[in-house]
Design a protein around this ligand. Structure first.
Ligand code: ADP
Ligand code: ADP
Length: 226
């Protein structure tokens, strides 16, 4: 059951200095409920790949199909979590999570109900009325995950989400993310440059070659998860 298909994807950035080829002929498929990590050297095109899948960058050639339909621009069917906290600092945790549902036209009460449900899933019910700056780094990333999932996306796209966290928090967040992934119907594409993180989290690891990104291998992780 294929949820995401990437076909002959190329991305070139044009600037005054000339052209940079960031992705070259990328082809792969991801199945529903898979947890896939993308690894590769710095500058190999990992962020470009995920930003293109998110619709934040336009590919130079090729296709991205989500449930068989071409991706064209950003959409609520793809949830995003970045390394930097993408929270609104002037809104409470709850209002941050309510933002998406409210933007899709849900009323306040329905949006609040959804937000509470997702905050419970990430273990932050008690912090619903706190502001982002009052939370630790790991907690803020949990809010970012709740905010991405509240729109019930088909796929969660994560770009080094735990890259800025200390080792201990990072490892707690990894097991927390696996718990979430086991509990809900979600497919995850997760970028990291940390092979240990990829082996811990993924069903399969997509390895990109050094710049310009090309698929080197797509490896099944033989290690059973804890
Ligand atoms: P990674 O995430 O693996 O570090 P990136 O996708 O950020 O790789 O970058 C891939 C290549 O594309 C690099 O050579 C980078 O310098 C270049 N690049 C990334 N973003 C831009 C941009 N907005 N404009 C021009 N070149 C870019
Ligand atoms: P994280 O790993 O999510 O960054 P930490 O475990 O480092 O969070 O905790 C940072 C602070 O927040 C600690 O004082 C911790 O006790 C507190 N904390 C974290 N999560 C919760 C929670 N769900 N309920 C109460 N306190 C929490």
């Amino acid at each position: 059951d294929v949820i995401l298909e990437v076909k002959n994807l190329y991305k070139r950035y044009k600037s005054a200095q000339g052209e940079t080829e960031a992705l070259r002929n990328i082809n792969f498929k991801i199945h529903r409920r898979e947890f896939v990590c993308v690894i590769g050297a710095s500058g190999c095109g990992k962020s470009t790949l995920i930003r293109t899948l998110a619709g934040l960058e336009k590919q130079s050639a090729g296709e991205v199909l989500l449930d068989g339909k071409p991706v064209d621009g950003p959409g609520r069917d793809r949830g995003m979590v970045f390394q930097g906290y993408s929270l609104f600092p002037w809104l409470t945790v709850k209002r941050n999570v309510m933002f998406g549902p409210q933007m899709s036209g849900h009323g306040f009460d329905a949006a609040e109900r959804d937000a509470r449900q997702w905050l419970e899933l990430v273990g932050l019910t008690k912090f619903a009325d706190s502001y982002p700056h009052q939370l630790s780094g790991g907690m803020r990333q949990r809010v970012a995950i709740a905010r991405a999932l509240v729109n019930q996306p088909r796929i969660l796209l994560m770009d080094e989400p735990f890259g800025a966290l200390d080792a201990q928090t990072r490892s707690k967040m990894q097991s927390h993310l696996l718990d979430i992934w086991r509990n809900i119907d979600i497919t995850i594409l997760f970028i990291t440059h940390d092979l240990d993180e990829a082996i811990y989290l993924a069903d399969r690891i997509l390895v990109l070659k050094p710049h310009p990104g090309e698929v080197l291998e797509f490896i099944e992780v033989p290690v059973p998860r804890p």
